[in-house]
Design a binder for this molecule. Structure first.
Ligand code: CU1
Length: 188
């Protein structure tokens, strides 16, 4: 109350005492700080926060599609070994080969296998099938989803519906890569 009274009297004083010239400007400029002081100290102007590093999230769920920003590099590595999703969701795999090596030396793909697939037998059989991205024709039915085989700098996107709950193997079928380039799709 005291502050309000003070503010009021300041307005009245300046209104009454001000000269003709100042009359317009004075009440406005003095009333504003007084009103702010009634609450708390005036808030400092917001300091813009530094931009967060533009690091792409590996898994982004926009409510419609679960997007997986999967990367493969010249060191024969995926950037994740585990993808979790719920059954029936639309999964989009954006595979990017972030390396520089050509496809014939360091080709990468993402191949999701049906449950129960013998991964070692699958990759062994695929070695002699370069024309079908190292997936043996006889094993085509074991593939739930796959990207193209990519060389450095290339990318490919695929979409598929997350299968029934369970754990599924994904891998790169380029000869020798699946020893390291493998992971699990966990569907709940
Ligand atoms: Cu690979």
């Amino acid at each position: 109350m005291k502050l309000q009274t003070l503010a009021l009297s300041m307005v009245l004083l300046s209104a009454c005492g001000g000269s003709d010239v100042k009359q317009d400007a004075a009440p406005k400029s003095e009333a504003a700080p007084a009103a702010a002081a009634e609450k708390t100290a005036p808030a400092p102007p917001p300091v813009p926060e530094p931009e967060p590093e533009q690091k792409v999230e590996i898994v982004v769920d926009d409510g419609t599609v679960v997007t997986v920003n999967l990367e493969a590099n010249d060191a024969m590595q995926f950037n994740t070994a585990e993808i979790k999703v719920t059954a029936g969701r639309t999964v989009k795999i954006n595979l990017k080969h972030v390396g520089k090596m050509p496809l014939k030396m360091m080709g990468h793909n993402f191949v999701l296998l049906a449950q129960g697939t013998d991964v070692a037998a699958f990759t062994t059989a695929g070695v002699t099938s370069p024309d079908t991205d190292y997936v043996a024709a006889a094993d085509a039915g074991k593939v739930i989803a796959k990207t193209k085989l990519l060389g450095g700098g290339e990318s490919d996107s695929i979409e598929f519906a997350a299968p029934a709950p369970g754990t599924y193997d994904f891998l790169c079928t380029f000869p020798g890569h699946a020893a390291i380039m493998k992971g699990k799709l966990i569907v709940t």
